[in-house]
Ligand binder design. Structure first.
Ligand SMILES: NC(=O)c1ccc[n+]([C@@H]2O[C@H](COP(=O)([O-])OP(=O)(O)OC[C@H]3O[C@@H](n4cnc5c(N)ncnc54)[C@H](O)[C@@H]3O)[C@@H](O)[C@H]2O)c1
Ligand SMILES: O=c1ccn([C@@H]2O[C@H](COP(=O)(O)OP(=O)(O)O[C@H]3O[C@H](CO)[C@@H](O)[C@H](O)[C@H]3O)[C@@H](O)[C@H]2O)c(=O)[nH]1
Length: 323
């Protein structure tokens, strides 16, 4: 049986990946400091409570569990917060990743799956965005991830680190079995906030910006179901067991959805109307991010199966109601 150590395994995407790896027959260890994760989201193996910035704790976990693959999700991931407090992002994400990678190399753990982001592209110069698109982030979160990607390249060249870098577009939806879901505190993500406004009396959903150069003036994102993302990690893990080097894949669907279209989808799924207000753009938000993900389809054999916007909203709403 192969073992994967999942940093950030108590978080939203990390916990869904723990489930996918366990279902594929892997032994799963979650490594998380619970700063933004949830103890009860760790259900498919032990939780090691530790910080990626703590070299001794990382080293102890690697030595104890000897993972075949490390899947590295642990990070802060709010675009808006990163604009206000960039130092948090460079320390926790960029420095923390360096500590993790150094400790991995010291113990000979040389296979990494890294959670990168379409936020590393910045404002696209062409769309859909393929992996060769220039990376020029417009927020510190995107830069913190860009820096980690460059570290991965350099450590691969110098020390033989092998990696699959996955640039996710917008993770969305929840486990269709309802075992885990999207939980951020504070919640800043568009789908849970729109659902909350639809379901809880008195809540109003604010559209951030109506003057983007998009089909209805609101921002376009490529929403991809978290369960589809999770499956891509298992395929990436299997690839790492076969191949050496560094490979980069976009994970998205190729279909963009505007904020207004999302609100329509939440209206359809919930049977009520989201009360909407219109506000200014949020700092650091690109107008449109849509993936060209053909490389992942071709090379990993990954096909998104649950990423239609209605299915995403349906699973997110079911999770919300179950709580
Ligand atoms: N949510 C998205 O749409 C999206 C898109 C692209 C990339 N990503 C990336 O995917 C990863 C997971 O995102 P998420 O939405 O699940 O976030 P999340 O906040 O739900 O999960 C992150 C987890 O990492 C843990 N963590 C943070 N700092 C840590 C540290 N120093 N040491 C140990 N654990 C730490 C948190 O406690 C949390 O459980 C992140 O790397 C994020 O940048 C997310
Ligand atoms: O109440 C809200 C919340 C969000 N939005 C807008 O909806 C879009 C999507 O926002 P959000 O759900 O916060 O996602 P992103 O800001 O795109 O960031 C997510 O997706 C990125 C990839 O695009 C990841 O890297 C980040 O970690 C993840 O938080 C943006 O235009 C937001 O301004 C609103 O209009 N109203």
């Amino acid at each position: 049986m192969k073992t994967v150590l999942v940093t950030g395994g108590a978080g939203y995407i990390g916990s869904h990946c723990c489930k996918a790896f366990a279902e594929a027959g892997w032994s799963v260890i979650a490594y998380d400091n619970l700063s933004r994760g949830w103890r009860d989201a760790v259900k498919w193996g032990p939780l090691v409570e530790g910080d990626i910035c703590d070299a001794a704790a990382v080293s102890a976990a690697l030595r104890q569990y000897k993972p075949d693959v490390v899947a590295h999700f642990a990070a802060y991931a709010y675009v808006g917060e990163s604009v206000e407090r960039p130092e948090l992002y460079y320390r926790n994400n960029s420095f923390g990743s360096l500590v993790l990678f150094e400790e991995m190399l010291k113990v000979g753990a040389d296979k990494l799956i890294f959670s990168s982001t379409c936020a590393s592209y910045g404002v696209p110069v062409r769309s859909p965005i393929d992996e060769m698109h220039p990376q020029s982030p417009i927020n510190p979160y995107g830069w913190s991830k860009f820096i980690i990607e460059r570290m991965v390249d350099s450590l691969s060249f110098a020390h033989g680190l092998n990696a699959v870098v996955l640039r996710y577009f917008n993770a969305a939806g929840c486990d269709p079995d309802g075992e885990i879901g999207e939980r951020h505190e504070p919640e800043t993500h568009v789908i849970p906030l729109a659902i909350e406004a639809a379901v809880r009396p008195g809540r109003i959903f604010t559209v951030n910006g109506t003057d983007f150069d998009t089909r209805d003036g609101t921002a376009v994102r490529d929403y991809v179901h978290v369960t589809d993302l999770a499956r891509a990690h298992v395929l990436a893990g299997e690839k790492l067991l076969r191949d050496k080097g560094v490979d980069v894949y976009n994970l998205g669907t190729g279909t963009g959805t505007t904020v207004k279209e999302l609100v329509d989808a939440v209206n359809r799924a919930s049977g009520s109307r989201v009360p909407v207000a219109y506000g200014p753009r949020r700092a650091g938000d690109p107008p449109a991010l849509v993936a060209a993900a053909g490389k992942a389809y071709r090379e990993l054999g990954w096909v998104p199966e649950q990423s239609g916007i209605d299915r995403i909203v349906e699973t997110a709403l079911a999770w919300y109601r179950s709580r």
